[in-house]
Design a protein around this ligand. Structure first.
Ligand code: FPP
Length: 272
């Protein structure tokens, strides 16, 4: 049995993030360090993403959202953009059957109309075939930009007002959320690799209360041990959602175990 398929003993299943988002940065630098072409970094990065998806499923995390290609990434050299598009299409063709068998529900977030017709076909096929799977949700942000996503959502809502179906006063946060590409649970944890500490137009609305984790590891080196470290940090955070520290209630058993883990970590620090 692959031991890393089992949730590490120091992590509490009740306190895991249910939705993890990743900004996969550092592919180019990883390749440069090895005197390889940048595309070798992207190829390795795709393997890492595949393993992270499996790891999330193994460890009981319900959703993974990955920033694969931003609306700004078109500015890269044509050869790199072409390679990335080819990689996305190839990965979809190669991995779809296995992902479907493993119960992955795939969704793509972004303006897909700018992608090649053959990539759009693969995307449609993947979304349709896996639409009823429930083991884990895998969202791929492709030609995605958060500001334009918010503008698009506002336009949809404004149209309802224009048509007289909605009053301006009735516009709510929930309504805007439901018109975003994500239209679901916001991420609990955002991970960005390679030492950069910014959001780069990713999920600006959805990350309002998300815990951020930045690591110097380059994306192609982000393995299960790195993910384990990110989850340890996450479980050590106090999520208050704007509430006062002593007024936050978490489910009783989870709260007790949370305190037990914090105490154990403190004791470990003291005896180290
Ligand atoms: C950023 O690193 C990475 C990207 C823009 C591409 C990410 C895509 C993958 C990992 C492939 C995912 C595959 C699928 C099927 C979704 P960078 O190139 O900006 O790195 P650098 O900052 O070191 O140059």
């Amino acid at each position: 049995m692959n031991l890393s398929a089992v949730l590490p003993a120091d992590l509490l299943p009740q306190c895991l993030p249910q939705h993890v988002a990743v900004i996969m940065d550092g592919n180019g630098r990883w390749a440069n360090q090895r005197r390889l072409p940048r595309i070798a970094g992207h190829r390795q990065g795709a393997k890492v993403l595949k393993d992270l998806l499996r790891c999330c499923k193994d460890w009981g995390i319900g959703a993974l959202t990955a920033y694969a290609f931003s609306t700004e990434n078109w500015r890269r050299p044509t050869s790199e953009v072409d390679f990335l598009m080819m990689l996305f299409e190839k990965m979809l063709r190669k991995e779809l059957t296995e992902m479907h068998r493993e119960g992955v529900r795939i969704r793509f977030l972004g303006d897909l109309s700018a992608l090649s017709p053959s990539l759009q076909r693969e995307i449609d096929r993947a979304m349709q075939e896996t639409a009823h799977n429930t083991a884990i949700e895998f969202n791929v942000a492709m030609n995605y930009g958060s500001r334009s996503e918010i503008v698009y959502a506002c336009q949809q809502v404004a149209k309802k007002v224009e048509q007289g179906d909605l009053s301006a006063d009735a516009i709510s946060e929930e309504m805007i959320s439901q018109h975003l590409y994500t239209a679901g649970r916001d991420p609990d944890l955002l991970i960005r690799t390679s030492g950069e500490q910014r959001l780069s137009n990713f999920l600006l609305w959805q990350l309002a209360y998300t815990e951020m984790y930045f690591t110097d590891a380059l994306w192609p080196d982000f393995d299960r041990d790195e993910f384990h470290r990110a989850l340890q940090v996450f479980q050590g955070r106090d999520r208050r959602f704007g509430n006062a520290k002593d007024a936050v209630t978490i489910a009783e058993p989870a709260a007790e175990q949370h305190i037990a883990v914090k105490t154990a970590a403190l004791i470990a620090q003291l005896i180290a």
